[in-house]
Design a protein around this ligand. Sequence first.
Ligand code: KG4
Length: 330
Amino acid sequence: MKSTVIGLGLESSCDETAAAVVENGRLIRSNVISSQIDLHREYYGVVPEIASRAHLEAINTLIARALDGAGIGFKDLDYVAATNRPGLVGSLLIALQSAKVISYAVGIPLIAMNHIEAHLYAPFLEGRDPSYPFIGLLVSGGNTALYQVRGIGDMELLGKSADDAAGEVLDKIAKYMDLGYPGGPAIERQARNAARKDVLFPKILPGSGDFRFSFSGIKTAAINYLKTHPGADPSEVAYGFQERVLEILVRRTIAAARGRGISVIVVAGGVAANSRLRELLAAGLRRGETLVIPSPALCTDNAAMVAGAGYRYFVNGGSDPLSVDVHAKS
Ligand code: KG4
């Protein structure tokens, strides 16, 4: 094995097109992202057909920028990794097909990556290696799920949302309140201004050993509250709603760690950028328990995490055939 292994990562599972060059699965040599937020804003959510067209328009330029930024060419690559699951099928195809072409033309292995596994790899790119096994909470606009992670390629799903993802309910309530898109950061900003902190929504207590999530009840409660309290201060409603959504995440995650006797927790995905979530998780920990959350830029979708996690497969001799397909679910 060469002492320097260079990988290109590509990501287009939802509304970010991204390309990154990572050295030895750790050093980010370049990391470029084209966000489609402006294209989807008027719809308050990601429109799949618009997303896949925008990925197609952006991907070649992003690949060129990632290679330029790293000061390398295609011939310097040792492998190419792309997300192939879970996500929007038409969107996933853009990065995966591009990676297949590069793999074939350059003659390097293709690694098809699980987006969730890539998210949970992000701390390794910042030198904050969580020790295995750890409890991984992936919390984004498309997914809310808890895993026990024993190593690369060895993740056990403990529970996921039975209905909306956490980011999705934040986006939906922000839309209902006309706070803007994406809703998570909009609600977080509003919540910071709340003078009173007593607008409360139903408390959902986890049953012991049940690590599933549900957010639709609390979403309905918030909508009913807003209908019956037309003069409510938006910042106070945002605070109450955000607090309950985060409480569900925190309680389930800590219960899973303690239930499994695991002391390391990794939280990743767009909602992990929320500073109140970081605060509540840190406050809930006991001595000896460790919390690892990537910096906000590596919490949201990016391709460095795809190239990084792909490296682990590459060094173990992993590669996928050009016939590998995309999948909406993980
Ligand atoms: O991981 P991500 O970039 O994309 C996927 O959904 O795959 O996550 C986007 C989600 C959106 O629902 C957005 O509202 C939420 O993450 N989000 C946040 C914050 N920043 C992004 N939610 C709460 N607080 C934030 N600061």
